[in-house]
Design a protein around this ligand. Structure first.
Ligand code: SME
Length: 137
């Protein structure tokens, strides 16, 4: 992580690092909650661009995590009813809420082109990543 100061720049660097170095992390992004509206907004991402830059609370895996405050590991995205497809190549996904002072203010979202790419070690690692990000927000 270099010396840029804006949180979003540091978060972009984290996306790039994870996406470049972890072979099954094919798309990495941070969706952050709007201050007043019940919507998530894509602050930064690494991987193929997505049309889904704004997601209402409750919609898709991301929107569900915005209201559940819980990790969501999806081994097979095609088996999910409430799912927003960003790419036909994606097979599995993990979304981990990001807490600041106990409040769910956003999330890290990882897509993989491999089925069941994420396990508990990914959850623990990504919880730690989010804890680091929370300290710069
Ligand atoms: N699949 C997510 C949408 C975001 S894309 O993965 C980048 C969902 O169902 O919420």
């Amino acid at each position: 992580i270099d010396s840029s100061h804006e949180p979003v720049e540091k978060m972009q660097q984290i996306c790039d690092l994870l996406q470049k170095n972890l072979p099954t992390y094919n798309w990495v992004g941070f969706y952050m909650a709007h201050e007043t509206e019940p919507t998530l907004h894509l602050w930064c991402q690494a991987g193929e661009p997505t049309d889904h830059t704004v997601i209402p609370f409750g919609k898709g895996i991301c929107g569900q995590v915005a209201v559940s405050n819980e990790n969501f590991v999806v081994d097979d995205v095609n088996a999910q009813d409430n799912y927003i497809a960003c790419s036909i190549h994606v097979k599995s996904e993990v979304v981990i809420p990001l807490f600041k002072n106990g409040k769910n203010i956003g999330q890290i979202d990882i897509d993989s082109n491999t089925v069941a790419a994420f396990d508990e070690s990914d959850e623990r690692f990504l919880e730690w990543v989010n804890e680091q990000v929370a300290t710069i927000l």
